[in-house]
Write a protein that binds this ligand. Structure first.
Ligand SMILES: Nc1ncnc2c1ncn2[C@@H]1O[C@H](COP(=O)(O)OP(=O)(O)OP(=O)(O)O)[C@@H](O)[C@H]1O
Ligand SMILES: [Mg+2]
Length: 158
């Protein structure tokens, strides 16, 4: 499927683009985010959390690896947002310790994953992949590509 490309010239723009994507998310979805350190992945997650009325302050889970926020669907139904940052992941053992598979499999939460490249692709089946590009010499400009990943049909022929 084709990527959608957005241009951001401020943190607030990036929040808005995140909020827009959030309005298309369904329970169980996984959003993966790529981009160099400081690209704006966590800012994008803040935009997603804003849509779901998360009251907590969204901080980078770099040290804890996983943060869980309580939010609400537009219908008012409670929803958890699981924010995972794999940047500091050390080894496979740690994956098991944090229970990555279990978190990602949660059917009633929305999961967002920074640095999915740190684990094998097959471990994180995203619904949307977001890539954020920076521009040298322009601190605030970003190009944000959103790629809807086609759901794998259980009937797919391999
Ligand atoms: N257009 C923009 N969109 C997003 N962030 C921006 C933009 N312009 C400037 N910034 C700044 O860039 C920084 C992005 O930080 P953020 O923590 O979101 O990056 P990150 O991609 O999550 O990095 P890390 O890999 O370290 O987790 C913030 O300080 C933010 O204010
Ligand atoms: Mg981050």
């Amino acid at each position: 499927m084709e990527s959608e490309v957005y241009s951001s010239t401020s943190e607030e723009d990036t929040h808005r683009i995140g909020t827009q994507l959030a309005s298309r998310l369904e329970k169980g979805d996984i959003v993966t985010l790529s981009g160099e350190l400081g690209a704006g992945k966590t800012e994008f997650v803040r935009g997603i959390c804003r849509y779901f009325h998360v009251a907590d302050i969204v901080t980078s889970p770099t040290f804890s690896i996983i943060n869980v926020y309580e939010g609400k669907m537009p219908s008012g139904e409670p929803l958890r947002i699981v924010h995972i940052d794999l940047y500091r992941l050390k080894n496979k053992q740690e994956l098991r310790t944090i229970g990555l598979d279990e978190w990602l499999a949660l059917p009633d939460a929305i999961k967002v994953v920074e640095w999915p490249e740190k684990v094998k692709e097959s471990l994180v089946r995203s619904s949307y992949h977001v890539s954020i590009r920076t521009f040298p010499g322009n601190d605030e400009r970003r190009q944000i590509s959103i790629e809807p990943v086609q759901a794998l049909s259980s009937n797919a022929v391999h």
